[in-house]
Design a protein around this ligand. Structure first.
Ligand code: N01
Length: 854
């Protein structure tokens, strides 16, 4: 007799539910696993259409938790077909006696949280009621076929098939007239099989898709050898990789090589026959439209090579979306199908289907009769299976209601208002953008460890905090914003289901990174969660430290380069290193004109560079001081940033050099910065600038100089400045703030590097001067309006913020922007880190505001 009250109810007996059952038993939890089908396998149980195969190679798409399986189970192919994967699931279920823990042909209709009992009550399709402490949805992401939403679907009297609900006995299309609607993965895989049997095949295509040949065959010997040589290392590499598959990562932009080179590199990736390799050929396929277009061109050229009729080839060539923003497909002879005389392609964007009829399909004035119609029209992905169950959390809130504007989760695992409720590979986790096996195992293990920890400590409930959920939403949006996904109507965005909110459903920050965040949340005492039970409460609001995804990627790359620490170098070596790094960066946007020259510094001539906008002048003028800790850099070292600001703000930027330490210590740089300002004020008109519209700006040590000269201008009768834009400025060398401790290591500008800069620049006594530490000025009143930008993970963050607060306290108009997830250097990395774009856009509008109305 099955238990009516258990520790855990799990919905679904696919690979997630099976592994979870195994782990729950091992840890001594009682459980019920409820499965709608009559066997294990989940997606591989339902999707039995001909040609169904896994797009991820079998070396990577298999369980890792039972190491014996690696020797016991021999995959026959690189990309296993559905029957073999289902047999694998059945083998594992038998081996580990999982069948005895699963109720088949049972659906969960309703689940409700009982806040007084601190338990879930589950109602099933068999009329059973089960109570449980924890409730897990292991329902898969692509398990609810979407309504085809075509008029007349219920009228057709012939055979109707849906790829995601294929008859177990198979279908023989021999001699039939067949229509296939849809050209996603399922259609692309099944089409060659259907075409080989059918008398006539008409394919109704709404959006063409990118697809590459799988080059299926035996398992790739290289991968198998690596896996067998060191299983643990291989699997760890998968777990920490961006997509859950060990893969060579790109090091070069698609735009940094010639088109011929780019195509040659893509050809190499293509030959590997691995789904994720094409997109990983270059660093910027996912984030840069022009780079992505190189890949699109290559993929389209492949279609034209195969499909003989140029018009059909063009109809099959995707033009409207960036590569990867709709799930790319893998096929075996898909495009070849369109060379067969009995196959016809109908572009329903040009020739829309008017109706399905009793005997066939009407479109664009034509009627064609069919024996069978195959709907390969996709799924209500990621959220469909979850909200299809009537789930009610605390205070009568249903999940459907809570998610009416898009799913809200913390870590894609849990959601506020629904205690002890978990989703495996749910929205807000890498899920469908990853190797599912890796993501499933990670979630199962996280849930298992959470349950064990709670039991050990006597807690009954766990629920994320509203703040953590909001932080996660913002972080997911930050990650999505730098990609090209949002411009495409895809099921990733919920766009395939009419009325579904448009939001990027999976987390796109990468599998390894996501794992680190989840592990950190648990290891640091369940950051972002509230736990309760037995009169105890543990509330740990966090925060999980969430860096911008591109900034973190850059730090990861830098870590692999094992660069020497700057503080171990001499100033000359550090300057050489910085110059060499500058040659590798993106150049920044074009501006109207660039002019170099010299001006009289405090102790001899110094260089300047003028960036003039393309618009007609005269322009407001910004005197810009470069970063580099008073030791490094020059008037050209922040070139991309100066170009970017000039263009965005439509102002003239004059970047001026100053003498550097240790050759010229404090106050040489200040004297030169002051001389530069006076000289610009005198000569602004000659440059085509407006002499009464001058502001100062600077980054880091340059921000320090800009702040100092703004005070000097106030105290010395002019020039009257319109504003000061200080980007991650140094404002107080006399002490170290909390951000030095929090962010002192690992974020390029370290505590040690900052100390190295100060030691070269100024003595301990000099640091107390207001010309070194503008925050120490006795009064900050009557200074020009300021915009102060700080980075969240910057040792100097608190100094910048303190200066902003002090200015505001003194009555100075201040705009303060703390750049979320940024480090000291990242905002300046124009065209390299897209997440800095919005920060620089704010900086530019800050500059515009300084000059507005004058
Ligand atoms: O579904 P899809 P799928 N009228 O949504 C079209 C995974 N998978 O089942 O693009 C006409 O991709 C729709 O057109 P459009 C994989 O992640 C994995 O093929 O919306 N057409 C599209 O062409 C995959 O991405 C594997 O304009 C309509 C097609 O139907 C996901 O499952 C194998 C329409 C649906 O394509 C889903 O794939 C198979 C309408 N009213 C699937 N409505 C492997 O790993 C929709 N369409 C092996």
């Amino acid at each position: 007799m099955a238990e009516k009250d258990v520790d855990v109810v799990v919905v679904g007996a696919g690979f997630a539910g099976m592994y979870l059952l195994h782990e729950l038993r091992k840890q001594g939890f009682s459980s019920r696993v409820l499965e709608a089908g009559d066997d294990v396998g989940g997606t591989w149980y339902w999707n039995r259409y001909p040609g169904a195969r896994c797009d991820i190679a079998t070396t990577d798409y298999q369980y890792t938790w039972d190491p014996e399986l690696l020797d016991e189970w021999q995959w026959s192919e690189k990309h296993a077909a559905q029957p073999e994967i289902l047999r694998y699931a059945q083998y594992v279920a038998k081996k580990h006696d999982l069948y005895s823990g699963i109720d088949f042909e049972v659906r969960v209709d309703k689940a409700a949280w009982d806040d007084s009992a601190k338990k879930w009550t589950i109602h099933t399709s068999t009329g059973e009621t089960i109570t449980c402490r924890h409730y897990v949805m292991a329902t898969g992401c692509l398990s609810v076929p979407k309504d085809p939403d075509i008029p007349g679907t219920d009228r057709f009297k012939g055979n109707v098939y849906v790829t995601g609900r294929w008859p177990h006995e198979g279908v023989d299309f021999t001699g039939q007239r067949v229509a296939v609607i849809g050209t996603g993965s399922s259609a692309i895989q099944s089409m060659p099989h259907i075409a080989s049997q059918a008398k006539q095949l008409v394919v109704f295509q709404r959006t063409p898709n990118f697809s590459m040949p799988a080059f299926n065959g035996p398992q790739p010997p290289g991968r198998v050898a690596r896996l067998k040589a060191d299983r643990v290392a291989y699997q760890n590499e998968a777990r920490m990789s961006p997509t859950g598959v060990p893969m060579e990562m790109a090091t070069v932009s698609a735009l940094a090589v010639s088109r011929e080179e780019a195509f040659a590199m893509l050809e190499k990736s293509w030959r590997k026959g691995e789904l994720l390799q094409i997109g990983a050929t270059f660093t910027d396929v996912g984030i840069n439209r022009a780079a992505n277009e190189v890949v699109c061109d290559f993929m389209r050229s492949k279609i034209h090579e195969v499909v003989k009729d140029p018009e059909t080839a063009e109809t099959l060539s995707p033009r409207g979306h960036a590569y990867g923003t709709k799930r790319p497909c893998m096929d075996t002879n898909y495009f070849e199908v369109f060379n067969m005389p009995h196959v016809r392609l109908v572009d329903i964007r040009k020739k829309p289907i008017t109706s399905i009829t009793e005997t066939g399909i009407d479109f664009d004035g034509e009627s064609i009769e069919f024996d069978s119609i195959v709907y390969a029209t996709g799924f209500d992905a990621m959220t469909g299976a979850i909200v299809n169950v009537d789930i009610t959390g605390k205070n009568g809130l249903t999940l459907k209601k809570k998610w009416e504007n898009g799913p809200l989760t913390y870590l894609g695992l849990t959601t506020v208002g629904f205690p002890n409720f978990y989703m495996i590979t749910g929205p807000g986790s890498p899920s469908v953008l990853s190797n599912m096996m890796v993501s499933i195992e990670q979630h199962v293990e996280w849930i298992r460890d959470a349950l064990v920890d709670m039991r050990d400590k006597g807690f009954e409930t766990i629920e994320p905090t509203a703040a953590a959920e909001e932080d996660w939403r913002v972080h997911c949006t930050d990650c999505a914003d730098i990609t090209l996904f949002q411009d495409t109507n895809s099921w990733y965005m919920g766009a395939n289901v009419p009325g579904k909110p448009r939001v990027l459903l999976p987390y796109i920050g990468g599998v390894g990174r996501y794992r680190r965040i989840c592990t950190e949340a648990m290891q640091r005492g369940f950051l972002g969660f509230e736990l309760q039970g037995n009169g105890k409460q543990q509330l740990n609001p966090g925060p999980v430290r969430l860096m911008q995804p591109d900034v973190e990627m850059m730090l990861d790359v830098m870590a692999t380069l094992e660069l020497p620490p700057i503080e171990a170098m001499s100033p000359a070596e550090a300057r050489g290193f910085m110059d060499a790094s500058a040659t590798m960066r993106a150049p920044g946007p074009d501006v109207g004109e660039i002019v170099d020259g010299t001006f009289p510094g405090a102790d001899g001539d110094l260089e300047y560079r003028v960036y003039r906008p393309a618009s007609a002048g005269p322009h407001p003028v910004v005197v810009y001081y470069h970063g580099g800790g008073w030791v490094l850099g020059s008037h050209t070292s922040d070139d991309p940033l100066c170009r970017d600001l000039c263009k965005r703000a439509d102002v003239m930027i004059i970047s001026v050099n100053y003498r550097h330490a240790p050759e010229a210590r404090f106050p040489a740089a200040v004297d030169d910065a002051w001389a530069a300002l006076q000289w610009v004020a005198k000569n602004a008109s000659a440059f085509g600038g407006k002499p009464d519209q001058i502001a100062v700006a600077g980054w880091s040590a340059g921000g320090n100089l800009a702040a100092v000269v703004a005070q000097m201008a106030r105290d010395n009768g002019g020039p009257k400045l319109k504003g000061q834009l200080l980007l991650t400025p140094v404002t107080d060398g006399s002490r170290q703030s909390a951000s030095y401790i929090e962010n002192g290591e690992g974020y390029v500008l370290t505590k040690n590097v900052m100390e190295w800069f100060w030691n070269h620049y100024a003595s301990a006594e000099d640091r107390k001067s207001v010309k070194a530490s503008p925050l120490l000025a006795p009064s900050l009143a009557n200074l020009p309006p300021a915009m102060i930008v700080t980075g969240q993970f910057d040792p100097l963050r608190d100094e910048g913020n303190a200066y902003a607060h002090a200015l505001a306290d003194a009555g100075v108009p201040v705009k303060r922007l703390q750049a979320r997830g940024h480090i000291h250097t990242s905002i300046t990395m124009v065209d390299m880190l897209p997440s800095g774009q919005s920060v620089r856009a704010h900086m530019a509008s800050g500059l515009r505001e300084f000059f507005a109305g004058n």
